[in-house]
Design a binder for this molecule. Structure first.
Ligand code: NAD
Length: 336
């Protein structure tokens, strides 16, 4: 297949492209990425010499560009998005532009050129917040609470409508929090690793008891690959690690692994609209497509810490680019 991967210079997209090229010699991959603050060509450096790989610098909202790429493609795997909840609170407009308008532009081009697969990569955040018990299933009603999750939910509905109305072979995936190599160091785990390595404190929102279900990025990528190759058009697939942890527990684990102590924790005012708990029921993708995560949280976090220790030259230059430097001053941090 000739596959367009949007947002392939971002965290999950770059891991996905690496996996796809390594495991599927039959595929050609074109990354379309605008290289926003979150995109980084250095995350694709080791792939540049592969003849089946091509990078196109461009915006998913650029209809003529998207059209010309789709004319020579069989499939789209759509990661490109504004993805940071804190940024969506301070600047929601760009979230609607990229996440909704950009998705619509891709769907239109996919329809026009009769692409055979369209994987829309979404998030568990579209389901809103859970109480202390229960899990999100694919039937859980959509109830987003942040401008980020609202824009993702809107794009999910548009993707669904293109399947229902035009028969476009769209599959939607909704995954829990990812961690692993190449994650921009404004997100919780890499931000905390970098701060703790630098001897700085780590800011924890509210009481630190917000719960997230953590999955290693490579396990997410394997799930997306299964959906790309074997998913049923029109279906939604939840993806999650069955690894519920409070933000405080994650913080304490990182503190222990990096040889610091609890004095490194600084409690800060909670984020507005902060969802209390997310937890995913991933039994559908397990049952229907045979997906199983490779990492436990313990093996995954150990691999991730090792990667950040060995790749300071990748993340250090990024720290001044993102919110983390500003946020460190404002004492805020997010889980996603
Ligand atoms: P990221 O912010 O690391 O990467 C986003 C990429 O999209 C960047 O390379 C950026 O340059 C690119 N991009 C942004 N706007 C663009 C535009 N207009 N045109 C072209 N490219 C553009 O995000 P991520 O964490 O890798 O997430 C990827 C996808 O997975 C998103 O759709 C997100 O909603 C979803 N998701 C993320 C998580 C998570 O924990 N990170 C969990 C579930 C789902």
């Amino acid at each position: 297949m000739r596959i367009i991967v949007t947002g392939g210079a971002g965290f999950i997209g770059s891991n996905f492209v690496r996996m796809l090229l390594n495991e599927h010699p039959e595929h050609e991959v074109t990354v379309l990425d605008a290289l926003t603050y979150a995109g980084n060509l250095a995350s694709l450096e080791d792939l540049q010499s592969i003849p089946r790989f091509r990078f196109v610098h461009g915006d998913i909202c650029d209809a003529p560009l998207v059209d010309s790429l789709a004319a020579k493609a069989d499939a789209i795997v759509h990661f490109a998005a504004e993805s940071h909840v804190d940024r969506s609170i301070s600047d929601p407009g760009i979230f609607v532009q990229t996440n909704v308008q950009g998705t619509l532009t891709l769907l239109e081009a996919a329809k026009k050129h009769k692409l055979t697969r369209f994987v829309h990569v979404s998030t568990d955040e579209v389901y809103g917040s859970l109480g202390p018990t229960g899990l999100f299933t694919e039937e859980t009603p959509i109830a987003p609470n942040s401008p980020y999750s609202a824009s993702k939910a809107s794009s999910d509905l548009m993707a669904r409508a293109y399947h229902e109305t035009f028969g476009l072979p769209v599959m939607i995936t909704r995954c829990s929090n990812n961690y692993g190599p190449y994650q921009f160091p404004e997100k919780l785990i890499p931000f905390f690793i970098a701060s703790l390595l630098d001897g700085a404190s780590v800011p924890v929102y509210g009481d630190g008891l917000n719960v997230r279900d953590w999955l290693h990025v490579e396990d997410h990528c394997q799930a997306i690959s299964l959906v790309l190759h074997r998913g049923v058009p029109g279906e939604v697939y939840n993806i999650g690690g069955n690894n519920e942890r409070t933000n405080l527990a994650i913080t304490q684990l990182l503190i222990e692994k990096l040889g610091r102590d609890e004095r490194a924790i600084k409690y800060v005012q909670d984020r507005p609209g902060h969802d209390r708990r997310y937890a995913i029921d991933a039994s559908k993708i397990t049952r229907e497509l045979g997906w199983k995560p490779k990492y436990t949280f313990e093996t995954g976090i150990a691999q991730t810490i090792e990667w950040y220790l060995a790749n300071r030259d990748w993340w250090e230059p990024l720290r001044s680019r993102g919110l983390d430097s500003k946020r460190a001053a404002a004492n805020q941090v997010s889980a996603k």
